[in-house]
Design a protein around this ligand. Structure first.
Ligand SMILES: [Zn+2]
Length: 340
């Protein structure tokens, strides 16, 4: 795996609606391996890698869309009180017990570091929590203002052996796999649209217009798969970290296209790529599947433990398996469509 790329992707901030930093990394990498790269008005970055020997499907070159969402769960400054403590709102799904005792970075006119003061109590709400920066109200108001976004400070590192830890592996593992697959793919007979989408964590807001403009024949979201984890009943979890990429059969928003799911599983069998069948939470695939006249869609992705926490875990072998599956699928997607 490409450790340097994963670190870069995992360290770039990208709260929903404010993904400029991570999107500039995506743009830079895609510019090297695509024929065209553009950014739309909502902030999606769309790289097009054209078919070398174009196949035909419904009278045109077939289009494969990959979508990995670039945003991460974070916060936004709501109010600075008289004592200099900061009230904040969540940007994406954030639980109070996750936020407490975390170090944060406020992205204002100046960057300000702070901590979310633990409050304890089972009924603590995010609304009750405050950020302490050690600065007074007057000092803060020179540096930040309501509407500035806040990210957790956690970095990306190896926990041990092949297990990595990061604050935003949902979905920077997806971003990593997307960019790494595009760097490694050979010739294709379909046009591949590599989309780094925005605002997934607040309701798939980027993927919807992205899919509308791309008009894909097949859409695959790249996200985390549900992983066996501490505190969770085994019956609720299907994927084992280190045992391969997850292929989504179903999630709360999408029923994977059955023939596509089967084709992806068969492709893994043929090329000895480790995979697991996953029952997931909900991804950009829903927005793609339901765009225009409907699209053949599902999701794949490495198992990620503790999504929406600041200590998300992912196994290097599963990232490699995801990249391998994406590469093989790009190179054979025309044969899948020929039988559709
Ligand atoms: Zn996600």
């Amino acid at each position: 795996m490409n450790k340097e790329l994963l670190r870069r992707i995992g360290m770039a901030p990208g709260v929903p609606g404010f993904e400029t930093a991570i999107q500039s990394v995506a743009t830079e990498i895609l510019t090297d391996c695509c024929n065209e790269v553009r950014t739309d008005h909502i902030g999606n970055v769309i790289g097009l890698r054209k078919a070398k020997k174009p196949a035909q499907y419904n009278g045109r070159t077939p289009r494969l869309m990959f979508a990995a969402h670039a945003d991460e769960v974070g916060m936004m400054v709501k109010h600075i009180n008289a004592k200099g403590y900061i009230h904040f709102i969540q940007m994406g799904g954030l639980a109070p017990h996750v936020a407490q005792s975390q170090r944060v970075v406020i992205h204002g006119k100046e960057t300000v570091r702070g901590v979310i003061v633990p409050k304890g109590g089972d009924d603590t709400k995010l609304n009750d929590l405050l950020i302490d920066t050690g600065l007074s109200k007057e000092e803060l108001e020179k540096r930040i203002r309501p509407g500035d976004v806040i990210t957790f400070e956690n970095d990306v590192s190896v926990l041990n052996d092949k297990m990595w830890v990061g604050r935003n592996f949902d979905n920077r593992i997806g971003t990593y796999c997307l960019l790494e697959a595009m760097r490694n793919v050979g010739e294709t007979q379909v046009d591949v649209y590599a989309c780094s989408t925005v605002q997934e964590e607040v309701g798939l807001r980027g993927a919807r217009p992205c899919s509308f403009s791309v008009e894909p024949d097949i859409g695959i979201a790249i996200d985390g798969s549900m992983a066996r984890a501490a505190y969770v009943d085994d019956k609720d979890n299907l994927c084992e970290p280190g045992q391969g990429t997850g292929i989504y059969v179903i999630d709360k928003l999408t029923i994977g296209h059955p023939r596509l799911v089967q084709y992806l599983c068969d492709l893994c069998e043929t090329h000895k790529i480790a995979y697991q069948r996953n029952i997931g939470g909900g991804t950009d695939a829903a927005a793609i599947q339901q765009s225009r006249g409907s699209v053949i869609a599902t999701t794949i992705g490495a198992p990620v433990r503790y999504m929406h926490s600041t200590v998300q875990l992912c196994h290097a072998d599963d990232m490699d398996a995801t990249v391998a599956l994406m590469v093989k699928f790009m190179e054979t997607a025309h044969t899948f469509l020929a039988n559709s």
